[in-house]
Write a protein that binds this ligand. Structure first.
Ligand SMILES: [Zn+2]
Length: 714
């Protein structure tokens, strides 16, 4: 996961996070008194004053930041000189620096250090921020200037990076309706307003069903469950006023382990049905009608711009380019995935029969019997693996990889020299191994705490640009490991170690950036997970295993047999994982390609799955009535395929390393990787960049091999 730095994906975020220089108004009291608005001072080109930030300052700071940025935008729009690249595009790239700084603090207060007070401020600011974004995206004078620069550049092209900023900026405004006449613009804005209400309703309905369908167990219904799970289920029940019982909440983190381990088949069925019926209970919280409305409004909105369907509009600036390419990839993998499901179901049925369980595998049995097959086939003890995965050693391993591939050196900064927002946060300076050139700072916030969001993510507080002089990079990684007792090692699972490497991949993508303008830092949704997914692959290289995966007590490297078991188990249950994912991604695309007039969502989903030949033993990962990626906003609408798109690149690029003389540490391949796939970020078309790296387009075969599927013959 990455936050904040994905600048160019939507117009709002370009504007919100575009970096740069503002005119200092020293006479303004708030600028000097409100710490969040101040220029960053201190070493390393200035660093955020995390030790001094305060929730009480946020509202004023955000409002002041918006005001300053709107003044800058007005000045650009009302410039009496003819529009040029410098006075329009560069000026826009340079606007909004104060708000950008404020949002660094805002991000920490919302993700790392949240509180009820902050959430109140957040709710109050949300509509104001949305209004602020509209003021810029609907600024007619501003758009006319951008359009003039764009049109001139189509006849007399600029330097490549300059041209790319112009193209991306123009495209974002155009895709958001800037070219429409006044009447259509009005309708466009009305549709957006209606949609935002529907998105909120959709999310609230799902939330309602997650909170209100709790399954309570009695003491005699805990068969198969772990002590830790039982303890937390008891606590949740007690918190809900059911002392002495055990609560299975209607969320993935509760449902998934329960279905994997519970021996109570009838209860598994009930928990399964609650979970996969969210938003689909035929009551006032049912989402089917809302989805139909959303699809109609989306279609009408892109119709104003002249597009046939939403998918076509959405994918034009993605790597896939159009819905056909995305569908084509998914449909190539689909038959192998569903064929694997058949094999998995057969294996599970055998185990069930051996156990004397007189059943036929149903969807609420899949996880339960899959776990039994895993134990039988792979004999992998995850607790044994953990003894070799220490957080400190993994951190050293990542630095080692960064040194080999990127030529970076990580040195801890002197304690207290760089302000942090919590004592657990540690900071390293990143320099070039040979020249010693300063590149930036890496902040690591490793442990879970109250007010910190779950999961793991990477962000930047400052990105590298050169158009106003070379800036350094301030990047962070954030995780939720359990803090150990003093002096004890933090032991993590293989999955968590993989995620740790993944997020570090995002950080390296920030450090390696060699772009001129902030807009070129932006991510392309079906491409930004590629770099991070690729970095995961170094965890299981011999150099990392032998030096860093050592037993926390004996210091001995992890035994080869154990590594072999981990590698073998990697393709386990891929039928389930790939099919549940693809079913959701395919339905997402099909819904947006269909005619939404009189659409019956329930029927559409059923028929689409029938047509695909969806195996009856498992559901979509996200059924339509609770598919928040797609209907609680537009972030992943017709974009859920993007995970697999990026994974094709990941598998194909890792084969480039495997084929090289020095494998994953091959200097020639590493140099190309950094040069074409990390440094340019969005300054180069990703498809072109990949061709420069690989000498051809990515092929699907490597992904099929990685998932243990048969490779299709041409
Ligand atoms: Zn990621």
């Amino acid at each position: 996961m990455i936050s904040k730095v994905i600048k160019a994906t939507v117009l709002s975020s370009i504007i919100l996070f575009a970096s740069c220089k503002e005119e200092q108004k020293t006479e303004d009291k708030s600028m000097t008194e409100n710490i969040l608005l101040r220029e960053w001072t201190g070493p390393y080109q200035g660093v955020p004053a995390f030790d001094k930030m305060n929730v009480a300052d946020v509202k004023e700071a955000v409002e002041k930041g918006m005001e300053l940025q709107l003044e800058e935008i007005d000045a650009i729009a009302n410039n009496t000189e003819a529009p040029t690249f410098e006075n329009t595009i560069v000026a826009m790239e340079s606007a909004g620096k104060t708000l950008d700084r404020v949002f660094t603090y805002y991000g920490i207060l919302s993700s790392n250090m949240s509180s009820p007070e902050f959430r109140e401020v957040q709710a109050e600011l949300a509509p104001k921020l949305s209004e602020f974004r509209s003021k810029i995206s609907q600024n007619e004078k501003l758009f006319q200037r951008i359009k003039t620069v764009y049109e001139v550049s189509q006849k007399n092209p600029l330097e490549p990076q300059e041209q790319r900023v112009v193209d991306l900026t123009y495209k974002q405004f155009e895709m958001n309706g800037a070219n429409l006449d006044a009447e259509k613009k009005k309708r466009y804005a009305e549709i957006n307003k209606e949609l935002s209400t529907l998105y909120t309703k959709f999310s609230n309905n799902v939330l309602h069903d997650e909170e209100n369908y709790v399954t309570y167990l009695t003491k005699d219904q805990l068969g198969g469950l772990s002590d830790g799970f039982i303890k937390s289920a008891a606590k949740i029940a007690a918190d809900k006023g059911k002392e002495g019982m055990y609560a299975i909440t209607n969320t993935r983190s509760s449902m998934d382990p329960f279905l994997t381990y519970s021996t109570e088949r009838e209860l598994r069925k009930q928990v399964w049905e609650n979970y996969y019926s969210r938003g689909d209970n035929g009551d006032e919280y049912d989402n089917n009608q809302i989805i139909a409305e959303i699809l109609k409004l989306r279609k009408e909105r892109v119709g104003l711009l002249g597009y046939d369907n939403y998918a076509e509009w959405r994918l034009q600036d993605r790597m896939a380019k159009n819905p056909e390419n995305a569908m084509d990839l998914m449909l190539k993998v689909w038959p192998a995935a569903t064929a694997r499901v058949k094999e998995e179901v057969a294996d599970m049925q055998t185990v069930a029969n051996e156990l004397g369980d007189n059943i036929t595998i149903e969807p609420w049995d899949y996880r339960y019997y899959a776990e039994k097959v895993r134990k039988k086939k792979y004999d992998l003890d995850s607790d044994e693996v953990k003894q070799y995965l220490q957080l400190d050693k993994l951190t050293e391993a990542m630095f080692f990889v960064a040194g080999e591939i990127f030529n970076y050196k990580f040195t801890p900064v002197e304690e207290g020299s760089v302000p942090v927002f919590h004592e657990d946060v540690k900071v390293w300076e990143v320099t070039d191994k040979d020249s010693g050139k300063h590149i930036g700072l890496w902040y690591l916030d490793p442990y879970a705490r109250e007010g910190k969001r779950s999961g793991a993510w990477a962000t930047t507080y400052r990105s590298s640009t050169t158009f106003e002089g070379q800036t350094n990079v301030l990047a962070s990684n954030n995780s939720n490991f359990v803090k150990p007792a003093p002096g004890e090692a933090v032991l993590v699972s293989w999955d968590d170690a993989t995620t740790f490497f993944h997020e570090f991949g995002h950080a390296l993508h920030f450090f390696a950036a060699d772009v001129k303008y902030p807009t070129l830092q932006g991510g392309v949704r079906d491409y930004t997970e590629f770099q991070s997914q690729l970095l995961e692959r170094w965890l299981s290289t011999d150099k990392v295993i032998n030096q860093f995966l050592v037993h926390h007590e004996t210091g001995k490297p992890i035994p080869a047999e154990l590594v072999e078991k981990i590698k073998k188990a990697a393709t386990f249950n891929q039928g389930f994982a790939t099919t549940e994912y693809l079913a959701s991604a395919l339905v997402d695309m099909k819904l947006h390609l269909a005619d939404p007039t009189n659409i019956d969502i329930d029927k559409f989903e059923r028929e689409a799955l029938d047509e695909l030949g969806m195996p009856k033993e498992l559901p979509m990962r996200h059924r339509t009535p609770h598919f928040g990626h797609v209907f609680s906003g537009e972030g992943y609408a017709t974009a859920y395929y993007g995970y697999m798109w990026a994974d094709v690149l990941t598998s194909d690029a890792s084969e480039a390393f495997k084929e090289a003389p020095d494998g994953f540490y091959d200097k020639a391949v590493a140099d190309k990787l950094v040069k074409y796939l990390f440094a340019p970020r969005n300054a180069m078309d990703p498809t072109e960049a990949y061709r420069l790296f690989r000498g051809r387009d990515a092929k699907i075969e490597a992904l099929m091999r990685d998932r243990g599927f048969p490779v299709p013959k041409n």
